[in-house]
Design a binder for this molecule. Structure first.
Ligand SMILES: [Fe+2]
Ligand SMILES: [Fe+2]
Ligand SMILES: [Fe+2]
Length: 415
């Protein structure tokens, strides 16, 4: 297995969590930089700082929809608990990320107590206290004004809440760090990601295959939670793609990676507002532009993997067509490897099988008609489509295993 560096992955993948109505905010990277400075000042070891970094990079994973993210941009947010709890649930059973679960659960806990976690004061994990402070500092920053003109005001606001909302010792450390202009310029400057990579370079985690799968599952949960109509889509595509890959002669290792790619194929969907993803009617040209950007972002968010694994192309090219009429790269037959072709067919199969806001899931005869039409039109690979149509029973088993207990998906079309 090749070397996949967790730090590089998290620095990029955290951006997927940052898309909101105001654009790409880099909130997770910024919080991580502030948190690491505080962690260093508080005397954390390299290992503890790495765990703090990892938790910072995913701390708001539970805020999935854009309205949820908007609500967190208010400094004295009154009910932040739901995203803390959901973030905990997303994280707790992924061994790689499990150390972050408790930290995420308490990352809005007030120092004085009264928190749903039941914790107060020093009983709140130190990493949670640090992320809480870092997070609120980032929320106070106004991107329309120069950062240095805001520093005094932010320090004043934070000090006012010392001992009630924030850990007083951390507030003192923060006030000391905040005196340096570079502290603020590091957060908002163009070298943010570079700074971040440097701050944790002393501790490296190279992912084992199972850890890579765990990381992919974690992000698939977030992607699929964006809409009840897609609550098992990434998993379904991943399992179908891996199955077809085996049918079409890929090695065991490649099938494993097809599953990883399937879990992450719609990562860029986190950049699309829910009202467009869930619109019951036909999309306007403007709305479809948002849809078209999702695989572009899948590509760029997964880019660090491209140096070592074929996963990025398999994941990000799933809306490209052999005849060059796909999006967003307008690739053609010669550019599309077998993995990308399998992902394209698996994605359409899963989408047709699932209920959508504008129709119920389709039965096999309709799916077959649509897929064969796409082959005749020069869009999809004939061999992949035939392999899929030859495997209806197995694919049904996969589909129903994945969607078991999912009320948003109808079983009524089962042949
Ligand atoms: Fe939060
Ligand atoms: Fe946050
Ligand atoms: Fe897609």
């Amino acid at each position: 297995m090749v070397q996949v560096d967790l730090t590089r992955m998290l620095v990029n993948l955290s951006l997927a969590l940052d898309f909101s109505r105001r654009g790409l905010l880099r909130h997770h990277q910024r919080v991580a930089v502030i948190a690491l400075r505080l962690g260093e000042a508080a005397g954390l070891s390299a290992r503890e700082r790495f765990d703090l970094f990892a938790a910072s990079m995913i701390h708001d994973a539970g805020a999935v929809t854009w309205p949820e993210k908007d609500a967190l941009e208010v400094f004295d947010v009154s009910h932040p608990w739901e995203h803390c709890h959901r973030g905990y649930q997303f994280t707790a059973d992924v061994p790689l990320l499990a150390p972050a679960a408790e930290v995420i659960l308490s990352h809005h806990d007030r120092w004085e107590g009264g928190n749903p976690s039941g914790r107060a004061g020093a009983a709140i994990p130190l990493a949670s206290r640090i992320i809480h402070l870092a997070d609120r500092v980032d929320v106070l920053l106004d991107d329309r004004r120069h950062v240095l003109s805001q520093s005094e005001e932010i320090v004043r606001q934070v000090k006012e809440l010392s001992g009630s909302v924030f850990d007083p010792e951390l507030v003192d450390l923060f006030a000391g760090l905040a005196e340096a202009e570079s502290f603020w310029l590091d957060i908002t400057g163009p070298c943010l990601a570079e700074n971040l990579l440097k701050m944790v370079e002393g501790y490296r985690v190279i992912l084992e295959p199972a850890q890579l799968m765990g990381l992919a599952c974690f992000f698939a949960r977030i992607i699929d939670a964006k809409s009840p109509f897609t609550r098992h889509h990434s998993q379904g595509v991943a399992r179908a793609a891996s199955f077809l890959a085996a049918r079409l002669g890929m090695t065991q290792g490649e099938c494993f990676l097809m599953e990883v790619a399937g879990l992450l194929h719609d990562l860029g969907k986190l950049s699309v507002p829910e009202e467009i993803l869930e619109k019951p009617g036909r999309l306007t040209r403007e709305e479809f532009s948002w849809i078209k950007q999702h695989t572009y972002y899948t590509y760029w968010l997964l880019k660090p993997l491209d140096e070592v694994l074929p996963v990025v192309r398999w994941a990000a090219y799933h809306h490209e067509k052999l005849n060059g009429k796909g999006y967003p790269f307008r690739l053609r037959e010669r550019d599309l490897c077998l993995g990308a072709r399998i992902m394209a067919v698996s994605d359409i199969y899963a989408a047709l099988r699932e209920d959508r806001p504008y129709r119920r899931g389709l039965a096999w005869p309709e799916i077959e008609k649509i897929l064969r039409g796409e082959v005749e039109g020069g869009a999809l690979d004939r061999r992949v489509v035939e392999a899929l149509l030859d495997s209806r029973r197995e694919l049904d088993d996969i589909f129903y295993a994945v969607t078991a207990g999912c009320p948003a998906t109808s079983r009524s079309n089962r042949p």
